[in-house]
Design a protein around this ligand. Structure first.
Ligand SMILES: *[C@@H]1O[C@H](CO)[C@@H](O)[C@H](O)[C@H]1NC(C)=O
Ligand SMILES: *[C@@H]1O[C@H](CO)[C@@H](O)[C@H](O)[C@H]1NC(C)=O
Ligand SMILES: *[C@@H]1O[C@H](CO)[C@@H](O)[C@H](O)[C@H]1NC(C)=O
Ligand SMILES: *[C@@H]1O[C@H](CO)[C@@H](O)[C@H](O)[C@H]1NC(C)=O
Ligand SMILES: *[C@@H]1O[C@H](CO)[C@@H](O)[C@H](O)[C@H]1NC(C)=O
Ligand SMILES: *[C@@H]1O[C@H](CO)[C@@H](O)[C@H](O)[C@H]1NC(C)=O
Length: 517
């Protein structure tokens, strides 16, 4: 057993003369319905298949850093579903004779024409913590049933028990317009034709286990979000297991969007809500109205591999925690945070570039830089990782979550709070995210004092914090006073004690999880 030290939360209070102004956080008036109970699979990931070997190594030489991070999540009850998905799955082929797990075929500038996977790719699944399941991702980009079927057959032959879903194609919204002439019906017809041929090849094993849509919210003329595909009859033959949509509210794919991908914009809670409600929720609603479940099959903050000095800072931890909990409120059954590296063919005017000689330019929104690289330096964990611990502990044990109203006197864009409820509707946990940016070099951080009212129960508080919102060194980024820069936890876990009636203190650019006794 690890020792847990309790300290008083009121040290700051005692240091200040007089009573600071406090705000009343009402845990009874909710800003949303209470969600369904969440499964341990809620916190999930998507890894760009072209960089599979960098993130996971080979079966006999697994990448310790990545697996160590997954172990921290499993230790907190999470059971992530792994999707080996992203743009490069649409030029992925299977070669039964290849020894290595995944091999890229690139041009000199790092443009990836093909990713060839061998049996090791699937054997590596055995190195994941017990209980891990996967999405078997299939190439739709090459427009070849044989290529997609061979991938499906290999995954089935080698790892049938670990396959949660099958997925044909990534982000059809971004395919050349010539493929389906912007016709939803043409897309649905071809998708059904491919998936039913694969169902037959697998003796029905994939039937009813398909993810459908995998669209982005980019407006490209092809309308294939779940809210478009459901009325178009995508499940008329009963093949769909779940609907999946991709969420990227910001991008560095072109200069105009790059200018908007800033820390203040990423932490504007009002705008994150707007995106979730306007772009994502209609598809979620359509799925739920059809009696189906839905997932955010791929997402991250800033499309086209993030933005250095924004997505590799502690701001990304606040962003990720807020957005994941927002989708938990909206009943996503899993949210797959995307991990990868710059893809040259994604955009010819993007900010990011690969490293020297086409080596990976790892995405700065990832949880980690899995290996040393010319572009990103030594292998290490990024500040965002602590957000995954906060979310895992928030939803642990089947949490049902609802958004709380912004306390009077605070700004909605700077403040986010959630309550987690037990089966009898009792408040079990509380998350508060103070989204107001506090930058290194600013004189003093503001602090919000919250009056939680008469809940009459003591609680422990775990704090997600960093010296400032733009901190880039994960050694200085803490969850309950532990940091994780090299994977392993450094320091002793320290939680704070919150007595009944005592105020909850949350500094600007800080998040807390309150666990009631
Ligand atoms: C990583 O390496 C350390 C030190 O060798 C070892 O104790 C640990 O079990 C390894 N972790 C994983 C997940 O393989
Ligand atoms: C798949 O399509 C890509 C892009 O059009 C092309 O470069 C590649 O050669 C194709 N691969 C195969 C095996 O046909
Ligand atoms: C698809 O249709 C089948 C057969 O009617 C049904 O069992 C399944 O739940 C449906 N899937 C979704 C995601 O709605
Ligand atoms: C925050 O987002 C809202 C909703 O998109 C927008 O109206 C507002 O101007 C933004 N605030 C700031 C300070 O950027
Ligand atoms: C990030 O910030 C550092 C330090 O302020 C600066 O040297 C670097 O040029 C910035 N990088 C980018 C991509 O803006
Ligand atoms: C989530 O599911 C619960 C239980 O079915 C339902 O009451 C709630 O309205 C749903 N939430 C949203 C935002 O749709």
């Amino acid at each position: 057993m690890k020792a847990v030290t309790l300290i008083a939360a009121c040290t700051l209070a005692e240091a200040l003369a007089g009573d600071p102004p406090s705000f009343s956080l009402n845990t009874k008036t909710l800003a949303s319905p209470i969600s369904k109970p969440h499964l341990p699979q809620f916190l999930s990931y998507s890894f760009e298949p072209a960089f599979w070997a960098e993130f996971f190594g080979e079966p006999d030489a697994p990448r310790n850093l990545t697996f160590t991070l997954l172990d921290h999540l499993h230790a907190r009850g999470a059971r992530p579903i792994i999707r080996a998905g992203g743009i490069t799955m649409d030029s992925m082929i299977y070669n039964a004779n290849q020894k290595l797990s995944a091999v890229r075929t690139e041009n000199r500038n790092g443009g990836i024409y093909r990713t060839t996977i061998g049996p090791s790719f699937f054997k590596q699944w055995d190195n994941f913590p017990a209980g891990t399941t996967f999405v078997s991702t299939l190439n739709f980009g090459n427009n070849s049933v044989a290529i997609a079927r061979d991938l499906a057959a290999a995954s089935y032959q080698l790892q049938r028990d670990k396959i949660a879903y099958y997925e044909l194609g990534n982000e059809p919204t971004n395919y050349p317009a010539s493929r389906w002439q912007r016709s939803t019906e043409a897309y649905v017809a071809q998708w059904k034709s491919f998936t039913s041929q694969i169902d037959t090849a697998l003796s029905g094993a994939s039937h009813g286990k398909w993810w459908a849509s995998s669209a982005t919210t980019d407006v490209t003329g092809l309308r294939v979000r779940p809210s478009d595909l459901i009325p178009a009859g995508v499940n008329s033959t009963g093949q769909v297991g779940q609907y999946s949509i991709h969420s990227y509210a910001f991008a560095t794919c072109d200069p105009a969007r790059e200018r908007r991908a800033t820390i203040p914009n990423l932490l504007n809670h009002t705008d994150l809500l707007r995106y979730a409600d306007v772009e994502i929720y209609p598809s979620a609603r359509a799925a739920m109205d059809a009696g189906a479940t839905w997932a955010v099959g791929e997402f991250n903050s800033i499309a086209c591999s993030g933005k250095p000095n924004v997505s590799d800072t502690f701001a990304q931890a606040l962003w990720t925690a807020d957005v994941e909990l927002m989708y938990a409120v909206r009943n996503a059954t899993s949210v797959h945070l995307h991990q990868g590296a710059t893809l040259v063919f994604q955009s010819n005017q993007q900010l990011n570039t690969p490293g020297d000689d086409g080596t990976p330019g790892f995405s700065s929104y990832s949880l980690l830089y899995p290996v040393a690289s010319s572009k990103r330096g030594e292998a290490r964990v990024l500040p965002v990782f602590v957000s995954q611990l906060l979310v895992a502990e928030t939803l642990r044990g089947g949490g049902r979550i609802a958004a709380l109203k912004t306390p009077e006197g605070l700004r909605e864009r700077e403040f986010s709070a959630y309550g987690v409820f037990g089966t009898e509707g009792r408040l079990e946990r509380l998350v508060v995210l103070n989204m107001k940016p506090f930058y290194a070099g600013q004189e003093a951080a503001g602090t919000v004092w919250l009056d939680l009212g008469e809940h009459g129960r003591g609680a422990v508080v775990k704090r997600m914090t960093a010296p400032a919102v733009d901190e880039k060194d994960a050694a200085k980024v803490m969850w309950a006073r532990q940091s994780f820069r090299n994977g392993r936890a450094v320091g002793e876990e320290i939680v704070e004690n919150l007595e009944p009636g005592e105020k909850l203190v949350v500094r600007d650019s800080e998040g807390v999880l309150v666990i009631f006794n």
